[in-house]
Ligand binder design. Structure first.
Ligand SMILES: Nc1ncnc2c1ncn2[C@@H]1O[C@H](COP(=O)(O)OP(=O)(O)OP(=O)(O)O)[C@@H](O)[C@H]1O
Ligand SMILES: O=P(O)(O)OC[C@H]1O[C@H](OP(=O)(O)OP(=O)(O)O)[C@H](O)[C@@H]1O
Length: 350
């Protein structure tokens, strides 16, 4: 007996903050426009996608709800997922890096600690605290990750101060000696006279897509035209097109056409362009010409155009690429399908 398809497919999205805008943009570009009446409304639909139901939550709750299966898919931070992953075994990573929300979880100490520059220095320092009968205190929102990380460095004598928000104040208020917190630009640490320790990256994080493992199996079973495959394929296409222009360079063969087109193609290859193709074209009056198409990083185009004219091009057009699908590129859906099949095989063996 086959189970009924999951309907609606519940997708959880962070309700605000660093991880909100990015996913709304990705979904919109992928053709999944989220219709949210107001930023206080915690449910939404997706235009033209009746199978999906969107709910807005805090990133930490998203991991929990995906783990419990109340939400089938969720967008959260890898930091938040990794912290809860020890307990959230039903929540599986589908896309580890959605290309935004980049930050790192780091160990930071007061700038005034001139003798403490590397996380290794904490091995001796924490031992000295212990020998002097003092407690070395570490403020963090990520106790599980910090314990695992300190164990890896052989740091054992410390006490975790489990805290929420504004940890950067803790050393100056005497609440903690060091903190383990997120940073991206580094401004907050600097403005609070803290310094990231060398070797002190506990985790590199980005926005990620997770899913409830049993629900993923059921969605994968719907195949390549099911809602999960269509969503993941669209998101793959969007991510692969990011920052790219579809370039068309045309010219008339003043020199023998094929040579000019070949020189243009070689030049574009040197500029890092991908998927270069060339061919003959005829203008409106039937005159012969050539055309080279390629995908090129948008930021490089303006620096290229004069060189292309020097090579014999008469027109250069760059259109923003919205989707790039490439038969040979990795597919998130296919990878997920393989991973799930491997897990089933593993379970039935064991
Ligand atoms: N400075 C930053 N730059 C980029 N991404 C960040 C940054 N700080 C945090 N993040 C990412 O955003 C996630 C949520 O942080 P944010 O502050 O936006 O949410 P929040 O509403 O404060 O969450 P909560 O209410 O659970 O604390 C973090 O877990 C991390 O993945
Ligand atoms: O390195 P920076 O670019 O300065 O960013 C670091 C800050 O960003 C996060 O705080 P957030 O802005 O999310 O505020 P929060 O304290 O409410 O979490 C994090 O907790 C840091 O405090």
């Amino acid at each position: 007996m086959t189970a009924d398809p999951i309907d609606p497919v519940r997708l959880a999205i962070p309700s605000k903050g660093h991880l909100y805008e990015g996913i709304i943009e990705i979904l919109k570009t992928a053709g999944y426009k989220v219709r949210r009446a107001s930023d206080r409304q915690y449910e939404a639909t997706i235009a033209g996608q009746p199978r999906f139901h969107v709910v807005f939550m805090r990133p930490t709750d998203i991991v929990l709800q995906v783990q419990e299966g109340r939400c089938h898919l969720g967008v959260t931070g890898m930091d938040v997922y990794a912290e809860q992953a020890f307990e959230a075994q039903e929540a599986a990573v589908v896309v580890p890096d959605l290309g935004y929300g980049g930050c790192r979880l780091v160990v930071a100490a007061p700038e005034s600690w001139v003798d403490v520059g590397h996380v290794m220095d904490l091995v001796d320092l924490t031992a000295e605290f212990k020998a002097a009968g003092k407690t070395f205190r570490v403020s963090t929102k990520y106790p599980a990750l910090v314990r695992q990380y300190f164990r890896k460095w052989g740091i054992y004598y410390y006490q975790l101060i489990d805290s929420e928000g504004a940890l950067e104040l803790h050393p100056s208020l005497g609440i903690a000696d060091v903190i383990v917190d997120l940073t991206s630009s580094g401004v907050t640490l600097k403005d609070n006279r803290l310094r990231e320790l060398a070797g002190g990256i506990v985790l590199d994080s980005a926005a990620c897509l997770i899913g409830h493992a049993p629900s993923l199996s059921s969605l994968v079973a719907e195949g390549e035209t099911g809602p999960l495959a269509l969503l993941l394929d669209a998101m793959d296409g969007v991510r692969r097109s990011e920052g790219l222009l579809h370039l068309e360079v045309v010219g008339s063969p003043a020199a023998p056409g094929t040579e000019t087109a070949a020189a243009v193609a070689a030049y574009l290859r040197g500029q890092g362009a991908q998927h270069i193709a060339r061919g003959e074209v005829w203008d409106d009056g039937g005159g012969p010409g050539w055309r080279v198409t390629a995908l090129v990083a948008a930021k490089r185009l303006t620096a290229c155009q004069r060189a292309l004219f020097d090579l014999g091009a008469s027109r250069v057009v760059g259109l923003p690429a919205r989707f790039v699908f490439d038969r040979d590129a990795a597919s998130t859906f296919d990878d997920l399908k393989e991973r799930l099949a491997a897990q089933v095989a593993e379970t039935s063996r064991g």
